[in-house]
Design a protein around this ligand. Sequence first.
Ligand code: GCU
Length: 448
Amino acid sequence: MTKPLLLAGVFLSLCRYRAAAFLTFWLVVVSASVSAAVSVSAPPRPSQDAQGNRLRYAATGHISNYDESKVGNTTLPDPLVRQNGQPVRDAQTWLTVRRSEILSLYETEIFGRVPPTVPKVAFEVVATDPQALGGVAVRKHIVVRFGDVANGPSVDVVLFVPAKARRPVPLLLQLLFGTPPGITPKASLASEGPKVPNEVGPISDFVARGYAYATFCYKEIEGDGPTLNLRGVRKLALAPGQEKPADGEWGTIAAWGWGTSRVLDCLATDPTLDAKRVGLVGHSRLGKTALWVGAQDPRFAVIFASCSGEMGASLARRDFGESVDDVVENFPWWFTSRFQKYAGHWNDLPVDAHLLIALSAPRRVFVTGGTKDLWADPRGEFLAQVAAGPVYRLLGKKDLGTTVLPPLDTPLTGGDLGFLYHTGGHDTTAADWKAFLDFAERTLRPVP
Ligand code: GCU
């Protein structure tokens, strides 16, 4: 006999009015089964709205919004007001006081601190092809290794340098979801994580314009998934007996960012490259990563965050597309554990995307969004670029030049902040690459 039936029997035998108790018992049983049947047969909630936009139902009760009239309170923290309420009136105060405040808030509350126990890094050039891309480039395969355990994490970096370069050339470094061209994916990575078709930039165009181009797969630094996020550099950094990063320590975005800077350390030793003229490119979660790298590593002179969305370039306070609640619930490992508390409390965030962008100032930041990528909130990405403008102006740089969303497919590339709203989806389009190269040219000064 099952436990509930046994309990029911005891209940019945203890009751004075057995018939009434018997009836009550069966009423309860029947109504419970009816309500279970009703909840089982309830129609599934739609995963898309009528326009095909993704709908997510967060545990907080939040449902994705795509109605501009319902984006809510978007009063942003003022980039030029210190936490103690004092205004920031000069570049010096921005650079020495306010910027540090924001950097530290992003580190403690959002992405997490890189622990002092990070693994050591070594690299080796394992192959060189002086006749790559039909003879116009030298291709190198560089392996960057972390830690000193055999078969520990390692990153396959592929580098193309214009064959005719006579002096050190500027570098474009791109984080990839997949493996770089010509590299066989490691068995552990082959089937894992999102795939992004055609993500590799137009290498021949880069080389023809006078750039070197290097690329690698982010998952080789640290994994990306509920059960995969602690197998790379974050695992190596754990102290003996420690099972996961401590409260306030790095999530995977910070780990991918740390690894990206280490890849640049290795590339910077190559005499054919000018490590002071480097552009960093990342798409989507890798665009979020690129922005966080730009905030911390001044060697990156230009950042390109393609469709970077929530906790990247789009304003978190705007309730449009993906929300803080979604990102906290679906990708908790991307962030430090303290970020969790902002689910449902977006206005308590001490920062927002315009401040993440402004951390790269006076260096340049280019942002894109797509008409079919409303999940990433392209308007929110544009408004964050606008709201970073006061910092650029304070530093004597040029802002976006407008506060009105430009017409589709019309790149804004004349300032130190750039933007393109492309017709299309969650991609880095050919037009995005062209606009980015036009934007980057004044800073990176390649010689074709
Ligand atoms: C998901 C996630 C986004 C992220 C994207 C990606 O869509 O919700 O925040 O940018 O994945 O990285 O591809």
